[in-house]
Design a protein around this ligand. Sequence first.
Ligand SMILES: [Zn+2]
Length: 83
Amino acid sequence: MERGALEAARDLRETDPKTSYTFFSIAETSGKAAEELKALIPMPAEIEGGGSTWFYVCGECHGSIDTHDKYCRHCGHPIDWSA
Ligand SMILES: [Zn+2]
């Protein structure tokens, strides 16, 4: 191994990129998992409008939805109709 490569290897060991990368991966994975988990929790439908005009909207994005929509047609979030 030439001297430059040895030094580079030592630098790598000192900064320990593998450990940093592992921590980064865990943080990234758990962050994604948290987002995915949040996306799986149904949001209660909300009623918007006033007077004689009202309609259900997605609790997540507030796009208009129908009572038979299990998933928001706008953002795809599950809708909880039991609330
Ligand atoms: Zn939505």
